[in-house]
Design a protein around this ligand. Sequence first.
Ligand code: B12
Ligand code: SF4
Length: 505
Amino acid sequence: MTDAARTLLINPTITSRRSARFPLSLLHLAAALERSGNDSRIIDGNVDRDFVNDALRALEEGAFDAVGVSVMGGPQLAPAIAVSSVIRARFPAVPIVWGGYFPTLNPDAALAAPYVDYAVRGQAGETLPELIAALGGRAEAKLAAIGGLSWKQGGAVVHNPNRRFTLADHGRVLPYDKLGDPRRYLARTYLGRRTVAHQASVGCRFRCTFCGVAAMFGGTTVLPAAQQLERDLGYLKHTLGADSVQYFDNNFFDRERDMLPLLEVMARFEMPWWCFARADALLNLSEQAWKLVRKSRLRMAYIGAESPNGQMLKEIRKGTRPDQTMAVVELCRRHGVIPELSFMVAPPENTAEETEHTFEFIRALKRVNPQSEVVIYVYTPLPENSRHEQDRARRPAKPLFGLDGEPVAFPTTPEEWAQPRWVDYTCHADAPWLDDRLRRRIRDFVTVLRCRFPTVQDLRSPPWAKRSLSAMALWRYRYGRYDRPWELELANRLVRLRMPQVSGL
Ligand code: B12
Ligand code: SF4
């Protein structure tokens, strides 16, 4: 490989142009490649809807030494397969590298595809430059020494050891200019007119058994230095003109003593913000920290409540309790923060009872804080093989069975994972142990709930339409008559209320 190798970095389409946010994964990789003296070009399928042809054109025009594709399980798989397979067909000599959550959690499935040569697990800031450097002669000894890499040797797949997670401060902001005009990624949201996406820390110190983040990071988290955050926010606010921030940090509030310097920076910027958080972390914040949280203008915290069943929370190693969920909605109300609570209904055991129990719990939360927002997912545990290697043997998951009584067999190729039923599984929208009656029941409850309490995140629907829907849903919600809310479905089709779980903010 020459000294300055060129890599084509692709983010396959996963959301609408309106909902596109910075492809932070690729920006981090472009920065890492630049630091190692290499060049790259980014194609973002969220803004470039013809990204497959544009990728082919880029490869025709310029000499690229490798293609890197960012792949999250779910709806991003089909476009990732499409772009990778046409590149393989037209440019068979160009190595194709997959990275992101899908290959991290399913490296064997990723490498089962003939159009994937390398799967990078976890962070790739060091792995990718090392791989690019090793590609020239494809020296196997060099490949074998690269941490976090899975690759093919003969007919077998080799998984090199994991790599440690880092968050080194390289003294500069991400190379946003690689996206053309980065300002087109700022969006009007309920936080502000120009909301920007940013990730300050890396990882999460918890190991909830169902969570892809735990599977990726294995309980590790690294926070940025205050000066790094200050520099990044300064650039986003003063150079790009952002007025509010959506933090993509997996779990924003870590230990308070480490958070205080970061909150002080954010309190100086006073840019309204949204983040992922845990109920226990918010409940444990001191008055001093809350003062900074209020000053920094936290508007909404997305909290994984998961279930009202304490035993289930223990089994999935959530580490929080239902009474903490109840307490945090009250605490948020007092501090002017909207709690956005996510729940996982329809677990594999006591499926229907647990679901009804969760609906009742949600109603109780709404009574304490009617502003609480609720996101309902179906509980779809990770395949045992996808869990972090340290967690796999420790507490093996219970076997899963479908409605037919047969054990659930997870897919083994990207094509299988891209089938609608497995996309739904990845999106926590459906599971093999759900019957039609329960599916319908969940859908009906969600329809009544979101019509009765339209989300503040929806700026598209006019206020009168939201008010009318809410009034229409009143009697159904009050009397628990969720079944077949045809009139709400019809009205909803006209208004098209937003679904933040699909498009983000
Ligand atoms: C923004 C985001 C989205 C955006 C799209 C992002 C995009 N690609 O354009 C939207 C809102 C569309 C989205 C959708 C979904 N998402 Co999402 N999303 C995120 C979020 C919040 C941030 C991603 C990010 O930018 N991270 C920051 C970057 C720097 O980290 P990174 O992406 O991990 O990248 C690093 C490595 O993974 C690796 N890497 C990544 N790409 C590549 C490529 C190459 C070539 C290499 C070598 C390495 C590499 O290197 C990078 C730098 O170190 C994450 C949570 C998180 N904090 O990561 C969830 C997350 C990735 N999403 C997740 C999921 C499951 C989804 C959904 C599929 C399902 C759902 N219900 O949420 C939906 C699909 C919804 C639908 N029905 O359409 C899960 C994945 C877990 C899993 N089990 O696989 C996460 C972790 C959320 C969670 N806590 O569960 N998502
Ligand atoms: S559910 Fe939240 S707290 Fe648990 S591992 Fe995932 S990101 Fe961390």
